[in-house]
Design a protein around this ligand. Structure first.
Ligand SMILES: [Zn+2]
Length: 235
């Protein structure tokens, strides 16, 4: 027969387990929420990055346009000057300047083609990100609010579970409860474990014959020789 305290200790342990489980959940939920918030931030950043890349490319393209425009203007000026110069060397010098500018324009136009390709490519990335952004973020926000509701519900459950645990404490003497409590500080639940085939179901090691005998008598609380848990013989 098990010690008369065992039954009450098992109830205490059950309720303690519920409290601990709820506390674990309350620690875990905010971390998952944080992770989801980081996901939203990452999607927002990626979209922003793509947008600002596009803007930078557009600015580069416009600058090139301006430079091509002023080079063309300069060529026209040189051509007008050519109409006015008298000496052949001066005319040749201007022709040379015009050739240099024409080469420059052709280089810039080539560069612009490259930029246009980059813009097209980045536009595809941007549109793709923009296309899924709202839906993705809405989905994540939905998960967050589900988790927040679960958190609130768990907090309520914890209040109730703690009250149940407190109530069950009163069912045993303080000395017995303190013995239970000290065990929980050192080892994982269960700290009150049955003996099966002379084996402690807490540490799964075999107990001595004396311990088994003491548990069988059930006159006092028996502890496992190996792990120190309170052990009992299940009837
Ligand atoms: Zn043990």
């Amino acid at each position: 027969m098990a010690s008369p305290h065992i039954e009450n200790l098992l109830i205490i342990q059950d309720r303690d387990q519920v409290v601990r489980g709820l506390k674990d959940q309350l620690q875990a939920i905010p971390l998952v929420i944080q992770k989801h918030e980081a996901e939203i931030q990452a999607e927002t950043d990626a979209l922003e990055e793509s947008k600002s890349k596009l803007q930078t490319l557009e600015v580069q393209r416009k600058n090139l346009d301006i430079q091509v425009g002023s080079a063309e203007e300069q060529i026209n000026k040189y051509k007008n000057q050519q109409l006015q110069v008298k000496k052949n060397e001066e005319f040749q010098a201007l022709t040379h300047e015009i050739e240099v500018l024409k080469k420059k324009i052709s280089d810039m136009e080539e560069e612009e083609i490259g930029l246009l390709l980059d813009i097209d490519e980045e536009m595809v990335v941007f549109k793709k990100r923009e296309g899924v952004f709202d839906q993705d973020v809405a989905k994540i926000r939905e998960s967050i609010s589900t988790l927040e509701a679960k958190n609130a519900e768990t907090e309520k459950q914890l209040v109730e579970a703690e009250a149940n645990f407190e109530a069950s404490k009163g069912q045993v003497k303080d000395t017995i409860f303190n013995r239970y409590y000290r065990l929980t500080e050192g080892i994982k639940l269960p700290v009150v474990a049955p003996l099966e085939l002379q084996t402690c179901q807490g540490c799964h090691l075999r107990v001595s014959n004396d311990t088994l005998e003491q548990a069988r008598k059930g006159e006092e609380l028996t502890t496992c020789d190996n792990c120190g848990r309170i052990v009992y013989l299940a009837s």
